[in-house]
Design a binder for this molecule. Structure first.
Ligand code: ASN
Length: 337
């Protein structure tokens, strides 16, 4: 008997059609088209059930509630399938993949997110290859991880980032090699793949207040002092290089001290696509250290944000949150780079 997967279609360019207002998703169109295409009936392509969300989303509109819905749908059907494919818009796919990797702990089968840059209805669409290869990997391969398959590469979800708004290789995993590559053959990089677990647990996210602050030369920290209320649970700072910020602004110290006294977690990531933040390497990270900032090492901002949502949603003590934030819990960071 053929393996069977579940496709969860959340929206994205992949299933969009031209409308007078630009590309928009059309309910019912995707499943009807797939069921009518000969290639999806071939022996190598697994059998599938198809779930379509209503409304279908441009992924720019994705919310924490939508992430919880995807996680819950996978959790409820987990034992019925060999793997899952989540069809998703590319704009926030790296965030959703990271979120699902934290929400779903202890996987024993693949959860693969995919989509396309050009809609399936267009002649040069990249949808067909992305979808068929995702379906085959989800059905046949033992990869117990949340991944993105796109443009010939299977990458770990919580290491991924969107790197192009218009090229067909739209994603990269700058600090971790691909889990598999699909050329003439599908080649697994077994050593990079996480070990299988026995028991799945699902932790939906609470919608806590989180901020991301990208540092730039000339930044007037004063503007951001007002966001430092006790409602703000965490802030991810995209710092320069190895985790540095400008020192010549008193309001920066006030802002960081406010965060500290409110109990807001400060996470420091680097704005460099590759490499790691290391608080303490330069004097320009001194104020971050004094405010008790947490080092994000080589985590993507997508991983740092969704990991914060996750840890804040569990009933952890602040000390545990700090330790876990700096630890590798789903393959999302390396400390020894
Ligand atoms: N705006 C689209 C989305 O993220 C982009 C895409 O899917 N290529 O839903």
């Amino acid at each position: 008997m053929k393996n069977r997967i579940c496709i969860i279609y959340t929206g994205g360019t992949i299933g969009m059609k031209e409308t007078p207002y630009g590309y928009a998703p059309v309910p019912g169109y995707m499943e009807k088209t797939l069921r009518s295409m000969q290639e999806f009936k071939e022996a190598e392509v697994p059998d599938y059930d198809f779930i379509e969300y209503a409304p279908l989303l441009d992924s720019s509109n994705i919310t924490v509630e939508n992430w919880n819905q995807i996680g819950k749908d996978i959790r409820e059907r987990y034992c019925d399938y060999d793997g899952f494919v989540v069809m998703h818009g590319t704009d926030t796919m790296a965030y959703t993949a990271s979120a699902l990797s934290f929400m779903l702990q202890g996987l024993s089968k693949p959860i693969i997110l995919t989509g396309s840059q050009i809609p399936l209805c267009k002649v040069r669409s990249d949808a067909r290859e992305n979808l068929i290869t995702s379906m085959i990997i989800a059905a046949e391969y033992s990869i117990p991880e949340v991944c993105i398959y796109f443009g010939g590469k299977l990458i770990r979800g919580n290491r991924s980032t969107k790197v192009s708004s218009d090229m067909l290789i739209a994603f990269d995993s700058p600090n971790y090699g691909p889990l598999a590559e699909a050329g003439v053959n599908i080649t697994l990089h077994q050593k990079r793949i996480r070990a299988e677990s026995k028991e799945l647990t699902f932790c939906p996210f609470e919608n806590n207040q989180i901020a991301v602050l990208k540092i730039f030369p000339g930044i007037q920290f004063e503007i951001f002092e007002n966001i430092m209320t006790d409602k703000l649970k965490g802030i991810v700072i995209e710092a320069f290089g190895a985790g540095n910020i400008p020192q010549n602004d008193d309001s920066m110290i006030r802002m960081l001290q406010k965060a500290k006294s409110n109990g807001t977690y400060i996470i420091v990531c680097t704005q460099c696509p590759r490499g790691s933040a290391t608080i303490g390497q330069y004097e320009t990270s001194k104020h971050l250290a004094e405010a008790g900032a947490i080092c994000g090492f080589d985590m993507t901002v997508e991983a740092a944000v969704t990991k914060l949502y996750y840890l804040l949603s569990r009933q952890y003590e602040p000390k545990e949150i700090r330790i876990l934030m700096e630890s590798d819990i789903r393959g999302e960071l390396s400390r020894d780079v």
